[in-house]
Design a protein. Structure first.
Length: 202
């Protein structure tokens, strides 16, 4: 059984003012940059988008969110259901598109612990990036969350429901999010810090 990569790139990017997935990183878009980083470790990587959002590169597969307003769980749910149907994958490595400084080392630690334990694994209170086992129980729980108007619809709720493991945050800025244009510009102007991942922390 394989681990499937998923790039979450279907958000509204309302705080950025433009589609974050299409921001330039060298000769590529940010979405392609994250996709290529994941492809160095995984044979199959999918991208989550809205049907009206373009994707200017050929991903292994594009999965479409059913709702634009229900947050990352909507994209995760669509990918999880498709992964279950394929009967090929034991886990999802879920990465948001807005982490331009994500490193291979950061991905590897999630992969190693997730594959070993078959439990959700994240870094500290950063609930994405996330290793998530592919299971019907998790898929059903997420569907219930999405269909319940009173639900928080949070990745954290899935993480704790299924006994997730929190790794200590890395000694670098690889988990930096860029949700606004000011944050994006700051990343472009500031050298990336280096450092290794910490030990496991429950």
């Amino acid at each position: 059984m394989e681990t499937l990569g998923l790039v979450l790139a279907g958000g509204n990017s309302s705080r950025m003012g433009q589609d974050k997935a299409l921001l330039p990183v060298g000769d590529h878009t940010l979405a392609e940059h994250i996709y290529c980083l994941m492809k160095e470790r995984l044979d199959h990587v999918w991208v989550s988008r809205q049907k009206d959002q373009p994707l200017p590169f050929a991903a292994d597969r594009v999965v479409f969110d059913k709702s634009r307003v229900k947050g990352p769980l909507s994209g995760i749910s669509a990918a999880l259901k498709a992964a279950l149907k394929s009967d090929q994958y034991e886990g999802l490595l879920i990465i948001p598109v807005d982490m331009p400084r994500l490193t291979d080392e950061t991905l590897v630690a999630l992969l190693q612990e997730g594959r070993r334990l078959q439990r959700p694994v994240c870094y500290g209170k950063h609930y994405i990036p996330l290793y998530l086992p592919v299971s019907s129980a998790i898929s059903d729980f997420i569907s219930d969350q999405l269909n319940d108007p009173g639900s928080r619809r949070s990745v954290a709720s899935v993480f704790y429901q299924f006994d997730g493991l929190q790794l200590a945050e890395p000694h670098n800025d690889s988990l930096t999010n860029t949700n606004t244009m000011a944050e994006w510009q700051a990343v472009q102007e500031t050298p990336q810090t280096t450092g290794k991942a910490n030990d496991t922390a429950e």
